[in-house]
Design a protein around this ligand. Structure first.
Ligand code: NAD
Length: 389
């Protein structure tokens, strides 16, 4: 069949197997070309391994540091005439390449929040890696069922305390307008912490520890976004920020139980992913950020960020901020970049957007997440949605 992008709001409901495989290969090439990354941690668990920052983390550890991996993600398998989720194609493409490079790569597809998937993952670690010495937590989900009481919580991406009015962008039409987002109720804020906070991270570490599959001196990372003052009202000071602050609490609790390097929150830059596309205001900020950082020669996507994290930031004595976080958002939040962003933000309208920001690249990055808009891929070729190389 011929597979084309079908965009509904901020998601694309189709994905292209050849395009996704090419995307995975490009990320591998990025790491391999830069050369080996010294690391003693050769047995890695990546939670949320199929797209975005999690996929990049699996690739960097496997192809930079010769690690064997177990990955967990939530996917839709293909049908005879229905494409799979992009993550399903990415997982298969990654496994094929990791195995060809002599690395173990086992992927478990299911709900990482559930006890059943935790148990299955423990068994996969025992059978394939023995233990793990690095755990990357990169799950991004709008919903979580708490395994202890079976209650399902939904996150609400809203300001906290009072309503917020901000510029925003319709990425389909290129229209810049103002939106007002009403504040979250306390219940919504608490539900967001349940979904996006540190509780599940702690449950994973507990499950792995009790099963005896955590190696001595293990390290665990969880990814956060702090961001610019321009997005603080909707993000950092909103419900998402409150959930992310809970990661700092969880990290401290894990460190108290397992040692000072057992858990670090890592602050990363804003990039186009499936998760970030759903947040109001963030796509407008993202189009501006792409243009400004590219103009300054500082442009980075997921693979560049995660490569820099493992290649530079986690080597030797790890530099931490006051909250014991590792900062890879340093370039995005530099005065130079932020001053230029703030200057342009004030001038942003539908008319000025094409000059000040880079919506075409933002759209291209979004399509690439699903295996579209990738140079060298023949999108007119007939493909079997159940086959990925
Ligand atoms: P993403 O949407 O690309 O990836 C999310 C991953 O989680 C996918 O592998 C998906 O399959 C998996 N997942 C979702 N629900 C699951 C479930 N129930 N069980 C198992 N797996 C599940 O998202 P991303 O943007 O890479 O986000 C990863 C982390 O990075 C998040 O914590 C996010 O806040 C953080 N972060 C993102 C940005 C950004 O701009 N995208 C910036 C800084 C930090």
């Amino acid at each position: 069949m011929i597979i084309e992008p079908k965009i509904r709001g901020f998601i694309c409901t189709t994905a292209h197997p050849t395009g996704c495989a090419t995307n995975v290969q490009r990320q591998i090439d990025h790491v391999v070309v830069k050369g080996p990354i010294p690391s003693a941690r050769k047995r890695v668990l990546v939670l949320g391994c199929s797209t975005g920052y999690g996929l990049a983390s699996r690739i960097v550890n496997t192809f930079g540091s010769d690690a064997d991996t177990v990955g967990v993600s939530f996917e839709r398998a293909p049908g005879e005439t229905k494409p799979a989720s992009a993550g399903w194609y990415n997982n298969r493409a990654f496994e094929n390449r990791a195995k060809a490079a002599g690395r173990k790569a086992v992927t478990i597809e299911g709900d990482a929040f559930s006890d059943a998937i935790k148990a299955e993952t423990v068994e996969a670690i025992r059978a394939n890696l023995g233990q793990v010495d690095m755990i990357v937590y990169s799950v991004a989900s709008p919903v979580r069922t708490d395994p202890t009481d079976g209650v399902t919580y939904r996150s609400a991406i809203k300001p906290y305390g009072s309503q917020v009015t901000s510029k925003t962008l319709n990425t389909s039409t290129g229209e810049v307008s103002e939106i007002t987002v009403e504040p979250a109720t306390e219940e919504e804020a608490q539900a967001t912490v349940k979904v996006m906070g540190g509780e599940d991270w702690e449950l994973w570490i507990k499950a792995l520890s009790e099963a005896g599959v955590l190696a001595d001196g293990f390290q665990s990372l969880n990814y956060t976004y702090l961001g610019s003052e321009l997005t603080w009202p909707i993000y950092h000071k909103g419900t998402l920020g409150r959930a992310k602050a809970d990661l700092d609490r969880a990290a401290a609790a894990i460190r108290a139980a397992h040692g000072e390097h057992a858990a670090h929150v890592v602050a990363l830059k804003a990039v186009v992913t499936q998760a970030s596309s759903a947040i109001p205001v963030v796509p407008l900020y993202g189009t501006l950020l792409i243009k400004v950082m590219d103009e300054m020669g500082l442009g980075e996507g997921t693979i560049e960020q995660i490569d820099r994290l493992f290649r530079e930031k986690l080597q030797g004595d790890i530099a931490l901020d006051d909250e014991s976080r590792v900062r890879v958002d340093d370039w995005e939040l530099s005065d130079t970049v932020q001053t230029e962003l703030k200057k342009r933000w004030a001038l942003l309208t539908t008319e000025t957007l094409p000059d000040l920001a880079d919506l075409p690249k933002h759209r291209e990055e979004f399509l690439k997440l699903f295996g579209f808009a990738i140079g060298g891929v023949d999108y007119s070729a007939d493909v079997d949605p159940q086959v990925v190389n």
